[in-house]
Design a binder for this molecule. Structure first.
Ligand SMILES: O=C(O)COP(=O)(O)O
Ligand SMILES: [Mg+2]
Length: 226
């Protein structure tokens, strides 16, 4: 059998298009406290560093203090919605099929996301993907989150020794991959801000049907050659 790899996936903007859900949740929790809502583009630009940072950026955007009791309350409100609202979240086309194929080929799959672990697990369950991912590291699983390499290292340690590919969509993922010295496959259709060619990886895909080919490409490379 061909070499089995560790395939560690980011979640928001990589496997699921969750920005409309995060946008709706932001508007629900802010307007419930008589604060204004946000445009989708505003919320989208703040996704990537986890829920605490998202809420801090949203507060700062309204000229409010980015930390403190209001921040804490809004994060708690968000969490309640996050764990049960999936109607505005979709899997990217071909993602479920690609994951099934990769798992069937014997690769080891994990999630390394800055979304808190409980909602990350809930959404995987919702889409019938939970069983494909024996390892889920969320933004609150460890004291440190991406772009610190610790969560990616933890995912790899839990999967066991094998060459690893990290699959993500954002600058945060690119920085994490660099810091962990793991190759990144960049999904160009997610929530990045920079151009793909500026993100330091030649492994770029715009449809998940291309993933098995990218993985085969990595298998064809000699270990240690990146
Ligand atoms: O929730 C976030 O801010 C980002 O989540 P991600 O790491 O899955 O892209
Ligand atoms: Mg992402």
């Amino acid at each position: 059998m061909a070499e089995a790899l560790n395939l560690v996936f980011d979640l928001d903007g990589t496997l699921i298009d969750s920005a409309p859900q995060i946008h709706a949740a932001a508007n629900a929790v802010f307007t419930a406290r008589s604060l204004p809502g946000f445009a989708l583009a505003t919320v989208l630009g703040f996704i990537g560093n986890g829920l605490g940072v998202l809420v801090g950026r949203l507060l700062a955007h309204q000229g409010l203090e980015a930390e403190g009791p209001l921040h804490r309350d809004l994060v708690a409100d968000f969490m309640r919605i996050y764990e049960q609202a999936f109607d505005l979240t979709s899997l990217y086309p071909g993602a479920a099929e690609a994951l099934q194929d990769l798992a069937a080929a014997g690769h080891h799959l994990a999630i390394c996301t800055n979304k808190p672990e409980a909602p990350a697990r809930a959404i995987l369950h919702h889409f019938g993907l939970a069983e494909l991912f024996p390892v889920v590291i969320g933004g609150d699983t460890l004291p440190l989150r991406k772009p610190d390499p610790a969560p990616l290292h933890a995912a790899i340690a839990a999967l066991g020794p094998a060459r690893t590919l990290f699959i993500g969509d954002s600058e945060v993922d690119a920085e994490t991959a660099r810091a962990a010295d793991v190759p990144l496959a960049l999904f160009s259709g997610g929530y990045r801000k920079a151009a793909p060619e500026e993100m330091g990886t030649e492994l770029v895909f715009d449809h998940h049907a291309a993933l098995p080919r990218l993985v085969a490409q990595l298998q064809g490379r000699r270990p240690g050659k990146g």
